[in-house]
Each structure stands twice: as structure tokens, then as C-alpha cells.
Design a protein around this ligand. Sequence first.
Ligand SMILES: Nc1nc2c(ncn2[C@@H]2O[C@H](COP(=O)(O)OP(=O)(O)OP(=O)(O)O)[C@@H](O)[C@H]2O)c(=O)[nH]1
Ligand SMILES: [Mg+2]
Length: 484
Amino acid sequence: MGFTPGPSDPFIELMRPPPGETPAQAMARQKRELDAQKRSDAIDESIKQAREQAKKERNIIKVLLLGQSESGKSTTLKNFRMRYSREDWEKERDGWRAVVQLNIVRSITTILSVMEAELSGEVPAESDGDDATQVGDNEEMKFTDRHQLLMIRLAPLRGVEAELKRRLGAGSEPVQPSLPMIATPFDPVNDAAVVRRTDPEFAVRSWKDVLEREGRPPHMEEASGDLDRVTDTIASCKDDMKGLWEDKTVRLALRRRKLRLPDSAGFFLNDLERIASRDYVVSDNDIVRARLRTVGIQEHRLKFKHGPFDNPKGKEGSGWEWRMFDVGGCRTSRAAWLPFFDNVNVIIFLSPVSVFDQRLEEDPRVNRLEDSIILWTSICGSKLLAKTQLILFLNKCDLLRRKLKRGIKVKTFLPSYGDRPNEVIPVVKYLREKFKDIQKHASPEIRSTYIYPTTVTDTEATAVTLESVRDGVLRENLATSQLI
Ligand SMILES: Nc1nc2c(ncn2[C@@H]2O[C@H](COP(=O)(O)OP(=O)(O)OP(=O)(O)O)[C@@H](O)[C@H]2O)c(=O)[nH]1
Ligand SMILES: [Mg+2]
């Protein structure tokens, strides 16, 4: 005899309408059941989507570039893009022309301001411990009619500077000196952190905005006319700019005033013959050197399709994608970093080694090396970043070499350096050990740190470093992705 489910079947019992249910109650119950089913289906769907998303993102590596302002984050990113995203790099080439021009013109107008100050007999400001070599006040500094003439002939560059700022200014704004400053992204923001600056620096919000505008073929008469005017004026000032930059008395005045031009200024000013011309074509090196302060956070994507670790599952078209985030490094920008720490796979942290005798632009009370160490300690110690792979670039080794050659003693600014030799290799080795120790003691979990001494403006040497970084990152993330 077969089994006939009877009234005692638990499922039937469960589904049975309650005794004495009215038609209205039955309708309400059925609606409740339908809603519950819908909710359950929605949950199933979102789980499915999350799984699919995780599968898709298995090959995505999130990389953050961190470090103080002018540490070389954007320059590092440019190296990556030049090497691994050549198509975009080429598309943006023309857009950099105006940036290089602004870099040159700003250096020249800054020098003109120094000359004006000298000629008007203004007393130079006290040293802020910056890297200029001491120049005796008694050194002869004779300005002549020729200098006056140079100043008059170069005066149109002030208008060009304003014009270039306006053009690059879609996303540009001066650094807000009134914004709260914090030393690390984990610090609470309060008004006490506000420091007033006297000289707000020109800033550009986003490469992408600027380059998209600048790189476009000029479609408006006005835009193309402006560009020609700018290029024409710069070209017509070429000889005078060279005369100014090469003049001994001017150099002496710059040293006496302890003027710190941007790190790339020399690179551009020594090559005026090529750059200040009407048919100037932007070179790879020019792009790498062109300084554009980052404000906000910019995302750039790189695809790795070739190489030993590029195909994690051995499937066609399943290469790795790196999402690289470049941040503004000054103290007013660091609060914006925090939301990007979620699920970050890799941090490339840049600490310039040449800055032991310099102060922060945004807060001249703070030594730049000290700032970098505070920042590194906070990043290493963050629980949120405990599983993140840390890569440290001890950058600007070339500037360190130059500085030490000029006789500036590390020990003066870093007494703990003691009597070790005042040479590049021992200094970098010393800093490397210090940064490594901090990582070891501050990290919530044991992890390795990959440390590279770099000069990211040297694209050939950096290419070798990037290969190693790339393979190291992919190897580590391959292991993680296998676990998904
Ligand atoms: N000589 C030399 N100059 C460098 C090096 N790295 C960067 N620079 C220059 O330093 C300046 C600042 O570099 P950026 O890459 O713009 O610095 P950043 O960290 O992105 O700065 P923010 O956007 O302000 O946070 C630029 O003029 C670079 O060309 C280096 O290793 N050597
Ligand atoms: Mg930058």
C-alpha cells in the first residue's frame, strides 16, 4: 500500500490556512507571502550579482600612490602610464605643452620678482633652513642697465602666465591656505590645524580635465588664437629668458634670496632653445618633468596583458587591471585619502630623501623628512591597511646626490645620522633601515616591505624598478585571487 500524505504531513500543516480565516485575512496573508518571496528573490539576486562582481574584480588590483606633496607620486604614475598605457599617453601629449610653458614662464616671473626685490633694496628673508648654499652678503652683485632691459623685455610673460593659468584653469584653483591641515589621514580635522600661507600656489584639480581641454585640436578661433599668442610671446622672449637664466648676477641673487625653484625648473630652463620655440613638440621627458600639483584624487586604469603573471586563469583576455589612484599630498588634502583605503591591495609610498633640510610648503614649521616619517608611521600602523602590500620609493636620489655634493651635511638636520659618511649610498641605506624599522614596529601584522631607491624623473632606471614592482604585485595578488 502506497503512502498517502495525510493531514499530519508537516508541510501541509505549515501551509494550511489558519482555521476560520476570513476572505480578507486570506488576501492579506497571501500578500504577505508574496512580499516575503519577493524579498527572498531580491536577496538571492544580490548575492548572485556580488559573486559575479567579485569574479570580475578578481583581476583588479587597487593601487594607491601616497606621500607628501612633491614627493613624486604623479611622476611615478606618469612612468607607469608611459610604459604600460602608451595609447593614452600619446593622446595626451599635446595637452602637456601648455603645462610645460607655464612651468617655464612661472620660473622666469619668479626670478623677475627676485630681481625687483633686489633692485628695490628689499632685505632678503631669514633662512628657513632650505637647501641654498650660504652666500656672503659682501659678494659683489652688480645689476646693470642690461638687467633693467631684460626685465622690461620679459614683462609680457606676466600676461602669458595669467593667460596660461586661465587656460589650464578649468579645474584649477589656488591651494586653499585656510583649509584645515592634518599630518595623517587618520587625524581628526579641527580648526587649530589651519595655518595661513602668504603665497598660495597655483594648482590644477585634474590632469584629465586639463589634458582633455588642452589636447583637443582647437576648434574655437579664440582658443587657437590664444595658444598662438602664448607660444609666439614665449618664442620671442627666448633669448632674453636664456640671458636671464644664464646671468651670473641673477644666479647670485637667487642664491642670496634662497629661492627654491621647482625641482624641474633647471631641466626646462636649460633647454629653452628647444622648448621656447614656435614648433615645440613635447617630448616624453618633458611630460614626466612637467609639474602639475594634484588636487583631489584621480583614477587611472592600466591593463597588463603580457608577461609571466598576466593571465591569472590562463584564459584569453583575462589580464590584470590596475586601478591607480593619485592623490594630492599636501596636508590640506590628506583627509580625502581615507575613503580610498577600503580594499586597497597595494600602496606605493613615496618619500623624497633629498628633503631633510626643507620645510613643508603648506606649513613652514614642519621639516619635510619629519612629515614623511609621521605619514609613513601612520600608514604602516593602520589596521585598515594591515593586509595591504606596502612598497616604498625612497625618491629623489639625484637631488640628494647634488645636495651632498654642495657640502650640505645630513647630520646638521638629522643628528641621529652621526658621523656616518655624508654620501648618497650610506644616507639612503640609513633611511632605508629607519623606514623598515618603523614598518616592522608599527604594522599590526607581520608583512614585508619592498623598498626601492628611486629617481623617478629618470625614466630608464625607473622602468627597471617598475618591472620589479609589477611582478611583485602580481605575484602577491595572484596568490590572493586564487583564494576567491
Ligand atoms: N630631480 C628630481 N625631480 C623629481 C623627482 N621626482 C619628482 N620630481 C619632480 O618633483 C616635482 C613634484 O613631483 P610630482 O610627481 O608632481 O609630486 P606629487 O607627489 O604628485 O605632488 P602633489 O601632486 O602636490 O601631491 C615635479 O617637478 C617632478 O618633476 C626625482 O626623483 N628627481
Ligand atoms: Mg601629484
